[in-house]
Structures are given as structure tokens and as C-alpha cells.
Design a protein around this ligand. Structure first.
Ligand code: HH2
Length: 289
């Protein structure tokens, strides 16, 4: 990269409510699942106080933002009611917004939940269904939060039943481009939009690996790019590790790989390990220039 290119790359930002996040280094989004059934940490943070403490801990470990989710979307999961989702996430979002000075993100596909959390101070709406519900797009247009539009084939209940693509990277990239364009047409500024290929959402291990190998093609869209590979099943399939909480090493290398291939934000469970790994990677990268 020449000097002008490097300067342009280092001045990119992701605008999320009152935060303008610089993208000169990879950012870390810490995962906080306030659910009984998430695939990796289900039940651990259902109690609001335990959730708050975990959020504060991830911030101390160097998370740049915290993503609060009240519905597991692991393969085969059932949808939860909006009332139940709100009961789980709202107190935690409110407490984190007051206790932290980093963006709090709400991981939801329900417009009512997104609106209520933004009213409570959340700065990011993370939608695994990629703003395919017009009510979600309206909720995004009605506020100044950052948005994450993720690719998912079908619905969590059925998405892993023989997913098929022609060229997975081209199909995912084109979908993300069209969802981002629709968000912009609805009034969401380009600087607020992040896209995410949705690792594990209607994808086989081969699809996930192809997406990770060809991340620069997603980055070429020009939007902020977020990737969540943390502890996911493909890592278990490669390493033979059944337990998600023992997939830390695989998760960290996937995050570092992503950062090296155009990704701006990595969504992770293991914040401390990822932050340390990325700081070493950044130091090597900096030295190599
Ligand atoms: N993955 C999960 C949930 N939300 N959001 C984005 N943008 N990207 C992802 O890859 C992503 C996501 C699934 O992981 P997790 O939250 O740990 O599990 P569960 O859905 O079981 O709560």
C-alpha cells in the first residue's frame, strides 16, 4: 500500500451513535449472551448481575464494544418472543450503557427490541437476518446507531439442512451489497453500515473456509466488515474439539486471519486472548511496513 492508500485506510470510521470508531486497527466486539441456550455460553449470564459483571470484565480486557443478545440463533434454535427477549436484554443494555464508555450493541432480529435498546442507549443494531424485515430497516433509519447486516441462508431452525451455493463468496457478497444499498436508500448513512458474511449461518465447513479465505472480496465492498467465527462448529470439526469453550486457539487464529484479510471488527467470546493476539499481529504488521 502506498502512503496515500495507507492514510485513506487509517482514516476510515464506523459511525455508531455518539461514537465514531476509528478502523486503523482491528476492533474487538465482546459477546454477551443473556440466554439459557446459546451454543457456547448458554445459561452463564442469564442473571442480569452476572451479565453486567461479564460485560464490565470484557471491557477491562480490552473489548471495543459489547454485543448483547437475548435469543440464541444456533442451528436448530427456536425463536423467542419479543416480550421474553426484551426482559432478558433491556436491563443489561441499560446497565452497560451507564457503566461503560464504549458502544453497546444489541443482537436482535426484532424491530421492537432494536428500538427499545436504542432508546436505552445502545449504539449498534446487529441483525443476523441482514435487515430483511422492513421494520428493522425502519428502526435503523429512525436512529443514528451503527448497523451490522449479516448474511444468513434461511432461518436458524433449518439453515444447516444441506445449504447449497454456486459460488458462496459471490452470492454472500452480492447479498450484502444489496442489503447495504437498501439500508442506504432508506436513509442509513454509508458510514453507519457494517456487513458480515455470517460464518456458520447456513454454511458447511467448506463454505465457511471459502468465505474466510476470500474475505478481501467482501472487504472490497468498501463497508466496515465484521466477522464472527468464535468457537463455532467448523473449528470443532477441524480440530476435533467437541466443547465450544475449548475452541479458543482456533477462534483466536480465525480472528487474526480475519484481521489480516480486510476485516475491521471481530466478534469473540474470548476477549483477553484475542486482544493480546491482535496486538502482537498489529506490531508485526506495523514493523513490516
Ligand atoms: N454469530 C452468532 C450470533 N450473532 N452476529 C453477527 N453479526 N455475526 C455472527 O457471526 C454472529 C452474530 C452466533 O454466536 P453466539 O452469539 O455465540 O451463539 P448463539 O446464537 O447460540 O447465542
Amino acid at each position: 500500500m502506498n502512503d496515500a492508500g495507507a492514510a485513506a485506510a487509517s482514516s476510515r470510521i464506523w459511525r455508531c451513535g455518539r461514537y465514531a470508531l476509528g478502523l486503523a486497527r482491528p476492533l474487538v466486539m465482546g459477546i454477551l449472551n443473556v440466554t439459557p441456550d446459546s451454543f457456547s455460553d448458554g445459561g452463564r449470564f442469564l442473571d442480569p448481575l452476572a451479565a453486567l459483571e461479564r460485560g464490565l470484565q470484557m471491557a477491562r480486557e480490552g473489548a471495543d464494544m459489547i454485543d448483547v443478545g437475548g435469543e440464541s440463533t444456533r442451528p436448530g434454535s427456536d425463536e423467542v418472543s419479543v416480550v421474553e427477549e426484551l426482559e432478558r436484554v433491556l436491563p443489561v443494555v441499560a446497565a452497560l450503557v451507564h457503566g461503560l464508555d464504549i458502544p453497546v450493541s444489541i443482537d436482535t432480529r426484532h424491530a421492537e427490541v432494536a428500538r427499545a435498546c436504542v432508546a436505552e442507549g445502545a449504539s449498534i443494531i446487529n441483525d443476523i437476518s441482514g435487515f430483511r424485515d422492513p421494520a428493522m430497516t425502519e428502526a435503523a433509519a429512525a436512529c443514528d446507531a451503527g448497523v451490522v447486516a449479516m448474511h444468513m441462508l434461511g432461518e436458524p431452525k433449518t439453515m444447516q439442512a444441506a445449504p447449497e451455493y454456486g459460488d458462496v463468496v459471490v452470492e454472500v457478497r452480492d447479498y450484502l451489497a444489496s442489503q447495504a444499498a437498501a439500508l442506504e436508500a432508506a436513509g442509513v448513512a454509508c458510514e453507519r453500515i457494517a456487513v458480515d458474511p455470517g460464518i456458520g449461518f447456513g454454511k458447511t465447513t467448506e463454505h465457511n473456509l471459502e468465505l474466510l479465505a476470500r474475505l478481501p472480496e467482501i472487504a472490497a465492498l468498501g463497508h466496515t466488515v465484521l466477522v464472527g467465527a468464535s468457537r463455532k462448529r467448523f473449528i470443532g470439526e477441524i480440530t476435533g474439539e467437541e466443547r465450544p469453550d475449548r475452541r479458543v486457539a482456533g477462534s483466536v487464529i480465525a480472528a487474526v486471519w480475519a484481521a489480516g484479510h480486510g476485516v475491521d471488527v471481530v466478534r469473540v467470546h474470548d476477549v483477553a486472548e484475542t486482544v493480546r493476539a491482535l496486538s502482537v499481529w498489529s506490531a508485526i504488521e506495523g514493523g513490516a511496513r
